[in-house]
Ligand binder design. Structure first.
Ligand SMILES: O=C(O)CCC(=O)C(=O)O
Length: 239
């Protein structure tokens, strides 16, 4: 989609492209502020991963857990620009009760044999498989990407239960880049909701029974937030 335009050179231009193409303006200045902060912190650094060591695990209930690694990915500004421009983002519509509604985010799915849109994503998948493969019993294989254009975009409460996530313990690893958004987790059947603010380059891994016994969501927000990209790695047969 972005290919019909000349290539943006830096984050400012990418956000202008988002505005031109999607017509979203909410929070653009906030996105720019975040981006400028990142540029001040790490001027033009290429995307890279920190070592995955000393990860602290939080046990939830019923065998579910999460690991959170703030700032696992550095140089996230450049990755954001690259993905915003090069991923063939799709707007989808899905049946809901008696209507067909817009999915409130843009999507792109990379199956296990598809070339990922940036080499650091293949490095991330491989690092996650090295760190978690023994416990998971298999490598991470697929990558789902979501583009949240602003606070109106969201994902509703759900577990990743299409396929084996419905009956077996598994893992879903999420890298978040762009504007910080809250990822909420709550036990199925009721209980206290946990709020995890995912920032630019943060990793969150949901494991154990999390997809079956807990639900997660990224709610809409009326606050002016800029665009965010979520990159989810999953094993084969989990969606
Ligand atoms: O945006 C996120 O980090 C969560 C995405 C998600 O839950 C999903 O696509 O199933």
């Amino acid at each position: 989609m972005f290919h019909t335009h000349s290539r943006p050179r830096h984050a400012t231009e990418v956000y202008e492209h988002l505005f031109d193409i999607f017509g979203y303006d909410g929070g653009m200045s906030i996105a720019l502020q975040g981006s400028l902060l990142d540029i001040v912190g790490a001027a033009g650094d290429a995307p890279a991963l920190r070592p995955l060591r000393g990860v602290e695990r939080t046990s939830l209930s019923k065998g579910a857990w999460i690991d959170v690694v703030p700032g696992w990915l550095t140089g996230a500004d450049l990755l954001f620009e690259h993905l915003a421009e090069h991923v063939p983002w799709r707007a989808e519509r899905r049946p809901m009760y008696d209507r067909v509604v817009d999915v409130p985010r843009l999507l792109c799915f990379y199956d296990e044999d598809d070339e990922l849109p940036h080499p650091v994503l293949a490095e991330a998948r491989s690092a996650l498989s090295s760190r978690y493969g023994a416990e998971l019993g298999e490598p991470f294989r697929t990558s789902g990407l979501c583009f949240y254009r602003d606070g109106r975009d969201s994902v509703a409460w759900h577990g990743d239960r299409i396929g084996r996530g419905n009956s077996e313990d598994t893992m879903v690893a999420i890298i978040s880049i762009g504007a910080p958004r809250d990822l909420l987790l709550r036990p199925c059947g009721g209980g206290t909701t946990q709020r995890h603010r995912l920032g630019h380059g943060d990793l969150l891994v949901m494991g154990g029974s999390c997809q079956r016994t807990w639900e997660h969501a990224v709610p809409k927000t009326a606050k002016p937030v800029g665009p965010r990209i979520s990159i989810q790695f999953r094993p084969r047969g989990v969606r």
